[in-house]
Design a protein around this ligand. Structure first.
Ligand SMILES: [Zn+2]
Ligand SMILES: [Zn+2]
Length: 344
């Protein structure tokens, strides 16, 4: 069996680097030697104890990449030594939603490093081979760790396909929001407006394609977007901040018969003007996960259509990652923290 180093979440605000048993892959699974893992905003929520379905002790880390160390019975398309990135969703393949092709809505869905299945903040992790995707030989590991944060917005964009020349407002310049900006521009948006509170993130959004940025601490976002769009509103409003206040604003700045994407992670409910949603015939989408969008996300990054590296502010090893959590660097965004990547 052997041992490995792993960062184990032991309960609220307790992350500990320790030795654990190396995991053993079952049939259909791969043993993967971890090379890089993105640090996600949801990891911070779990760390704080905010997710009911995350129960300690648990190894977190779902934006994972590595080299296949061992294959098992039933694995055909992936070989030992292959470089892979994973879709963190784990599904049963048998329930109604799996069988009709919506496997990311599996009745028994588990998520790498978030629920039962231990994640990749460790030297090794195991993953069903169907959730693993090959990555190009010349893609850097830090870049590969951000494939997942592009794949989720990509799935969301595909749900409400953007027409060439449409206008888009993106609330929340986090990693997801920055990906939405770039995807909307790549898809042919005439104008993308990025809304947030932190100037350096808005500046990064402008650098990566946002036509206009609005700091909600300085301007009334509804007045400003209605002014810019000549009182029409944008075609597509994307809520990627997770702020309950941002969702009513997203609805307000979206035009009649427009589309609204609910993408953030919310810890409480928002109060919405339902009469307005009804009267102006808004369509609301929810999006979760990255079904079949991993290969496209890999292509977009490999072909330099979407830039993810500029978001990375912290590259750390396992010891450094323990400190990122326990020293409050992620929670309080110390040292200009934006996106961390574990590199092993
Ligand atoms: Zn994530
Ligand atoms: Zn299922």
């Amino acid at each position: 069996m052997g041992k490995m180093k792993a960062l184990v979440w032991q309960g609220p605000y307790k992350m500990k680097l320790t030795e654990v048993e190396k995991p053993k892959p079952r049939a259909g699974e791969l043993l993967i030697k971890t090379k890089s893992v993105g640090v996600c905003g949801s990891d911070l929520e779990i760390y704080k104890g905010g997710f009911a379905h995350s129960v300690p002790p648990l190894i977190l880390g779902h934006e994972a990449c590595g080299v296949v160390e061992e294959v098992t019975e039933g694995v055909e398309n992936i070989q030992v030594g292959e470089r892979v990135a994973v879709d963190p969703g784990i599904f049963c393949g048998k329930c109604e939603f799996c069988r009709k092709g919506s496997y990311w809505q599996c009745d028994h869905r588990d998520i790498l490093g978030m629920q039962k299945h231990n994640g990749a903040y460790a030297e090794y992790f195991v993953m069903p081979h169907l959730s693993c995707y090959s990555i190009p030989a010349d893609m850097d590991w830090d870049e590969a760790a951000l494939i997942d944060i592009l794949a989720d917005p990509l799935h969301a964009m595909n749900m409400m396909p953007l027409q060439i020349g449409e206008t888009v407002a993106v609330f929340g310049p986090g990693p997801g929001g920055i990906c939405f900006v770039q995807l909307a521009k790549t898809a042919g948006a005439a104008m993308v407006i990025l809304i947030g509170t932190r100037e350096e993130r808005l500046a990064l959004g402008r650098k990566l394609g946002a036509d206009i940025t609005i700091n909600i601490n300085k301007k009334d976002v509804i007045d400003e977007i209605m002014r810019i769009t000549h009182q029409r509103g944008v075609d597509v409003g994307i809520e990627a901040s997770g702020s309950t206040q941002a969702l009513p604003n997203t609805l307000s700045v979206t035009r009649k018969q427009g589309r609204v994407m609910v993408f953030g992670i919310y810890s409480e409910n928002a109060s919405l003007d339902m009469q307005d949603m009804h009267r102006r015939e808004l369509t609301i989408f929810g999006s979760s996960g990255c079904p079949w969008s991993m290969p496209t996300a890999i292509n977009l990054i490999a072909n330099k259509k979407i830039e993810v590296k500029p978001m990375i502010t912290h590259r750390v090893n396992l010891e450094g990652l323990e400190a990122l959590f326990n020293d409050g660097i992620i929670e309080h965004r110390k040292e200009g923290y934006f996106k961390g990547v574990l590199l092993i």
